[in-house]
Design a protein around this ligand. Structure first.
Ligand SMILES: Cc1ncc(C[n+]2csc(CCOP(=O)(O)OP(=O)(O)O)c2C)c(N)n1
Length: 655
């Protein structure tokens, strides 16, 4: 039982508390977070690092009257715990529970649902500007990490904020870490500030000295001005921010509650753009996490790990081997990249701060000169990849489908129009599970398929993934996007045809009456649905579409001759998606089916939970697919005699 935390139901419950009490509360919050993340999974290290700044902010400011916007919002577990969600915290990231990110529906203390990095400065500045116009005097506060602040959108917001000069406080939570180590020249700049704390004390003295140097003659004046600038740049921390129009404060110890509260009290009075630079340790308060923040960024069952390690040290009895799972698509991608890069010196890999998540960590070690982590800069990643392609390389940009949204313009303008053959490895294509709607990769099919020149494919298993990458590497003028889900590889029968051909699908399981025309991960679910349906007297044909662009029109034509019903399946939104593409082609070519039914993600933002739970919610798991097909066959579109003939496969609709 947490003595103080159990009595905190609202931020007002921490306002009058002493520093010692807040320190105790911080410890209790860390315990609670560790318990729940251990069980449910989620972001651990970033949250352990944000406890004190959260308490200090809620003690000093009056939220939600003042405005608090979190960047990415993966570090808001302490904020959730003290803003009335303590009782439900054990349901974190579970189906029907509370979200792992800010969620407007959960609390008035969450102003924006966030999950993508680099957005908070823009939206926070917008709120400040809006409040100003409406005559409200509220402080707009943004908390942003050292990796996210280097995102293009964040830089654009700082540029605007310094010019707009509204009452706007940016708290830079600098822990030197992204998910992996922060990269880039800006990160090095922050590092220089934090490693030279002594200059803070010198700052004022140097200003005084510089002010007293007499200026005699033009050349002397120039030389002194040069020296003055040089001194300023080397001695004044945060000069970059100051020159952008911010009042810079820091660096401040982000785990010292007393100094954080005092500093915030002072800053609160400044009605202008302020940047407070705090130094925190990712994983603070839990030694394994602070020592290995990459491993503990988003762990699960980590306490069991620690126990195992202790047991191993004491030569405990070996535990039973975990049940063997097949490799994931991401692991298969990792292997494909290694093999391809060993054979072909032109293969290069690009990630936007997701080296581990996309499976490129080992690639970085083996091929450091052909590996580029561009930071949280997807737009730049796409443009950069196009440049590499122009120069003659075969760049593979490994990016989650959801983060590809960041570089849509670059995809169109800098890649496709240029006819540069960049390969986009779209990981997490589909429902991602516990991260929820900010992270589901469900929009890529519609937003990519309308762009000329691009090839879109999705493998049905690991072997096909290899063949697809080989096909992609062979392209010279066409960009390619290969989408694959967050899941393990299925065990499906081997393909019978030889080389993969652009725009050619395959019949995986011949049947009659109903054809399941599935894209990517939906092939597995359709195959399993077919097994269920066979037990109910319906023998659907299962087709692996392979390509969403170009579609296999010839295959559709053949299917139309032997099937009255065509069901399209995709792990993506229905609006404008793969099924939409099929409808367009069917109409265009005058193909005839008695009925075409599309299964996919409905027109709403899908919640969080395990991927199987979400597939079920969208009617995309094998059992739901079987039910839908059965209902279709039973529906009024077919007379009872036709239905009998349809089930037997005798009913043919002429094309
Ligand atoms: C546009 C985008 N790209 C990638 C990610 C994946 N991502 C989530 S958190 C994170 C690191 C954030 O680091 P930082 O801003 O320094 O915050 P910290 O976790 O260190 O507190 C990344 C890259 C994302 N959320 N959004």
């Amino acid at each position: 039982m947490h003595e103080i935390l159990s009595r905190v139901n609202h931020p007002s419950d921490i306002k009058g508390r002493s520093t010692a009490e807040l320190e105790k509360l911080a410890t209790e919050i860390r315990h609670e977070i560790m318990e729940v993340v251990n069980r449910n999974g989620g972001h651990l290290a970033s949250n352990l690092g944000s406890v004190e700044i959260t308490l200090a902010l809620h003690k000093v400011f009056d939220f939600p009257r003042d405005r608090l916007v979190w960047d990415v919002s993966h570090q808001t577990y302490p904020h959730k715990l003290i803003t009335g969600r303590r009782d439900r915290f054990s349901t974190l990231r579970t189906y029907g529970g509370i979200s792992g990110f800010c969620n407007k529906k959960e609390s008035i203390f969450d102003l924006f649902d966030a999950g993508h990095a680099g957005t908070a400065c823009s939206v926070g500045l917008g709120v400040a500007a809006g409040d100003h116009i409406l005559g409200r005097r509220q402080k707009s506060v943004v908390v942003v990490g050292d990796a996210a602040i280097a995102a293009g959108m964040a830089f654009e917001a700082l540029n605007h904020a310094g010019d707009l000069k509204r009452d706007f406080l940016v708290i830079l939570n600098d822990n030197r870490m992204s998910i992996d180590r922060s990269v880039g020249a800006f990160s090095k700049y922050l590092n220089r500030i934090r490693t030279k704390p002594i200059y803070q004390d010198l700052k004022k003295d140097m200003h005084d000295i510089l002010a007293r140097i007499p200026l005699v003659g033009k050349r002397m004046e120039d030389a002194i001005e040069y020296m003055r600038e040089a001194f300023k740049h080397s001695l004044v921390p945060g000069l970059l921010f100051q020159e952008l129009g911010f009042n810079y404060y820091g660096p401040v110890d982000g785990h010292n509650l007393e100094s954080l509260c005092h500093t915030l009290e002072d800053i609160r009075k400044i009605e202008a753009p302020v940047l407070l630079h705090i130094l925190t340790v990712k994983g603070h308060g839990y030694a394994p996490a602070s020592q290995d923040p990459i491993k503990y960024h988003a762990p699960k069952n980590f306490k069991a790990d620690a126990k195992d390690q202790k047991a191993a040290a004491g030569a405990a009895p070996p535990k039973p081997a975990p049940s063997k799972k097949t490799a994931t698509y991401t692991e298969t991608f990792r292997d494909i990249m290694h093999q391809a890069a060993r054979k072909d010196r032109r293969i290069a890999a690009i990630t936007a701060a997701m080296s581990g998540g996309t499976g490129l960590t080992d690639f970085a070690l083996e091929f450091p000169d052909r590996y580029f982590d561009v930071g949280i800069a997807e737009q730049h990643g796409a443009g950069f990849a196009s440049g590499l392609a122009y120069a003659g390389l075969r760049p593979v940009f490994a990016v989650y489908s959801t983060f590809l949204q960041r570089c849509y313009d670059q995809f169109v303008h800098d890649v496709c129009i240029q006819e540069n053959s960049v390969i986009f490895a779209l990981d997490r294509g589909g429902l991602v599970g516990e991260d929820g709607w900010t992270h589901h990769g469900v929009f890529d099919i519609p937003f990519l398929r309308c762009i000329p020149n691009v090839i879109l494919m999705a493998p049905r298993d690991g072997e096909e993934m290899r063949r697809m990458f080989a096909l992609a590497i062979d392209q010279t003028t066409r960009p390619v996007a290969i989408r694959y889900p967050k899941s393990n590889l299925p065990d499906l029968p081997a393909a019978e045809d030889g080389d993969l051909k652009i725009g050619r699908g395959e019949v995986l399981l011949p049947g009659e009456g109903v054809a399941l025309f599935a894209y990517g991960a939906m092939v597995e679910e359709s195959y399993r649905a077919a097994a269920i349906l066979r037990g109910r007297g319906i023998e659907p044909t299962v087709v692996n579409a392979r390509f969403a662009k170009p579609l296999d029109v010839e295959l559709l034509r053949r299917l139309s001759a032997g099937h009255h019903t065509l069901v399209t399946l995709e792990e993506g939104v229905l609006a404008g998606g793969f099924g939409g593409a099929v409808l367009e082609e069917v109409a265009q070519h005058g193909l005839r089916f008695q009925r075409i039914h599309r299964l996919g993600v409905p027109d709403r933002f899908i919640t969080f939970g395990s991927r199987p739970q979400l597939l079920k919610e969208c009617g995309l798991d094998a059992a739901s697919i079987a039910e839908s097909v059965e209902a279709l066959v039973e529906s009024g579109t077919l007379s009872s005699t036709e239905r009998g003939r349809a089930i037997k496969g005798e009913l043919k609709v002429k094309s």
